[in-house]
Design a protein around this ligand. Structure first.
Ligand code: PGA
Length: 252
C-alpha cells in the first residue's frame, strides 16, 4: 500500500432500478468505513439522482456516471452531457470502460474528447485502460496501454492530468473470475506510472491513483490492496450485493 488515498469504486453497469439502488444504499451506508479512503458508486443513469441525494453530505462517498458525451447539448439521441451530470450534483465519471470500447465501438478519438470535456467541466474522470487476452498473448500489452494513455491524455494539460484517476482493467479479467496476478497488475501499474512521469512529471506520476479492476472479490481484496502499486479497485459484479461490497470496502 502507498500513501495515496485509496479509492474503492463500484461500477453497477446495467443493473439496479431506483428502488434497488435505494435498498442497496440503505444496507450499505451504515456499515461503510471510509476512514483513510474514498468510495465511489457508479449506478446507471436512471438511479444517479437518487444515489446522489442519498450520498449528499458524505465527504468520502461519491457518485459517478458510467459514461457521458463530450458535447454540452445537441442532437445526440440517447446521450447525456457533462452539464446534465453537474446539474444533478454528479462530479465523477467513468470514461473509456472496455465495454464502451469493445461492445459500443468507442474510438480513441471519442474517448479523448470525453476526457477533455470532463476536465474542462471539472468532473473527475476515472479513465479505464487495459488489454484483451489476444493482445496480452501477442505481447502487446504495453503498446495497447501506451496508445490508450497517449490518446486519452492528448488534450489534457498538467493541471487537468492531476485530477484524473486511472483504472487498469485487463479485459480478460473482467467478469471472468480471472484476476490478474499481483505481479501482472503491478507491472502494468508501474508502466502507467512511468508513462505519466515521461508525459508529465514525477509529481503527477507519484500522486496518481491507479486502480485495478477485473474480478475483484471479498476473497482477493486484501491481497490486491497490499500491493504498493495498487491504489484501489473498480468493482463490477461483486459490487452489486451490499454485503459483498461492504466486505471489499472494509478490507484489511
Ligand atoms: P468485474 O468488472 O468486477 O465484474 O470483473 C469490473 C469492471 O468492469 O469494472
Amino acid at each position: 500500500m502507498s500513501n495515496r488515498t485509496p479509492i474503492i469504486a463500484a461500477n453497477w453497469k446495467m443493473h439496479k432500478t431506483v428502488g434497488e439502488a435505494r435498498a442497496f444504499l440503505d444496507s450499505f451506508l451504515p456499515g461503510c468505513d471510509t476512514s483513510g479512503k474514498e468510495v465511489v458508486i457508479a449506478p446507471p443513469f436512471t438511479a444517479l439522482a437518487e444515489t446522489e441525494a442519498m450520498l449528499r453530505g458524505l465527504d468520502r462517498v461519491h457518485v459517478a456516471a458510467q459514461n457521458m458525451h463530450h458535447e454540452e447539448k445537441g442532437a445526440f439521441t440517447g446521450e447525456i452531457s457533462p452539464l446534465m451530470l453537474l446539474d444533478i450534483g454528479v462530479n465523477w465519471v467513468i470514461i473509456g470502460h472496455s465495454e464502451r470500447r469493445h461492445i459500443f465501438g468507442e474510438s480513441h478519438g471519442f474517448i479523448s474528447r470525453k476526457m477533455a470535456a470532463a476536465v474542462r467541466h471539472g468532473l473527475t474522470p476515472i479513465l479505464c485502460v487495459g488489454e484483451t487476452l489476444e493482445e496480452r498473448e501477442a505481447g502487446h500489452t504495453f503498446d495497447v496501454l501506451r496508445e490508450q494513455l497517449a490518446t486519452a491524455f492528448e488534450p489534457i494539460g498538467e493541471e487537468g492530468a492531476a485530477t484524473v484517476v486511472i483504472a487498469y482493467e485487463p479485459v480478460w479479467a473482467i467478469g471472468t473470475g480471472k484476476t490478474a496476478s499481483a505481479g501482472q497488475a503491478n507491472e502494468a501499474h508501474r508502466f502507467i506510472r512511468e508513462w505519466l512521469s515521461n508525459r508529465f512529471n514525477n509529481t503527477i506520476a507519484d500522486t496518481k491513483r491507479i486502480l485495478y479492476g477485473g474480478s475483484v472479490k471479498p476473497a482477493n481484496i486484501s491481497k490486491l490492496m497490499a500491493e504498493s502499486e495498487i491504489d484501489g479497485v473498480l468493482v463490477g459484479g461483486a459490487s452489486l450485493d451490499a454485503a459483498s461490497f461492504l466486505e471489499i470496502v472494509n478490507y484489511g
